[in-house]
Design a protein around this ligand. Structure first.
Ligand code: ATP
Length: 254
């Protein structure tokens, strides 16, 4: 196993006692690939209507933690609780049926049209509910509404990201889990993605957003930082900014 070195601070998630009032609880997760351990007791919580940002540099283990949370990678140790169920051993589709949605960095199927992507995203809800949901989503994403039969692969990077968000939301989830929504986007499109996510946040959608772009902290009710597969900090954006070493690590020396 790879030793990522000693923890750089308290591992908040390790041995976390059960707490009420959460949509999602990942507890003391250990996981990795083959014999390579990436997560070393990482844990986090998302409360109802809360927007949580998981901040970490390249290679910190954000994607790995998200994959364990959504069931694409098994946890070696620890638990994932999607209120009220311990879903640690559940397949991804079962978690999606219970209200979890996932947007990977890629996010869409390029060979399918905009409408087909939304149908895939909403495959577990009934037809009439999906029709209503799609109309609702198209009102948030007018550029997509105008091009329903266009292939996702023909869209610009920014539009593709919007489609990824819409596809994840097609199932009307209670928790949206997103892996680096800023990936591959120019600052202009990053701003647009943050704006549209802000609208869903206002409606009370619980979100977990893994990012290295601090612009996403505008959306954060709470922040967790991940370093070397361990949670180093949990708290508000103000508390993160007030901590000198974290401020230097994530906001530079200004
Ligand atoms: P990034 O922003 O670059 O995606 P991240 O914080 O999401 O970073 P992960 O993708 O979870 O980090 O990667 C954590 C560690 O696991 C890295 O050292 C990476 O090289 C390793 N890793 C990721 N995927 C695999 C894999 N399929 N097989 C082996 N090692 C992997």
């Amino acid at each position: 196993m790879v030793d990522n070195g000693p923890p750089t601070g308290p591992s908040i998630g390790a041995g976390m006692a059960p707490t009420g009032g959460t949509v999602l609880r990942a507890e003391a997760i250990e996981a990795g690939y083959g014999r390579v351990q990436v997560l070393w007791g990482a844990g986090l919580t998302v409360r109802p209507q809360e927007s949580v940002v998981l901040l970490g540099a390249n290679g910190a283990g954000k994607t790995t933690l998200l994959k364990v949370i959504v069931g694409l990678l098994p946890a070696w140790k620890g638990h994932v609780v999607l209120d009220p169920d311990d879903v640690t051993s559940w397949r991804t589709d079962r978690r999606v049926r219970r209200g979890m949605a996932y947007m990977s960095e890629l996010g869409v199927f390029p060979g399918l049209s905009i409408e087909e992507n939304l149908r895939v995203g909403g495959q577990f809800i009934d037809r009439s509910a999906l029709r209503t949901r799609m109309d609702e989503l198209f009102s948030y994403f007018p550029d997509l509404a105008a091009r329903r039969s266009t292939l996702a692969g023909a869209l610009s990077g920014g539009q593709r990201k919007m489609l990824g968000i819409a596809k994840a939301l097609a199932s009307s989830p209670r928790l949206l889990v997103m892996d680096e929504p800023s990936a591959g986007l120019s600052p202009l499109f990053v701003g647009q993605v943050i704006e549209v996510l802000g609208k869903f946040r206002e409606q009370g959608l619980a979100m977990l957003i893994a990012e290295q772009n601090v612009a996403f902290l505008d959306l954060a009710d709470r922040v967790f930082t991940l370093e070397g597969g361990r949670i180093r900090f949990e708290g508000t954006v103000a508390a993160l900014e007030a901590d000198d070493s974290l401020h230097k690590a994530y906001f530079g020396l200004s």
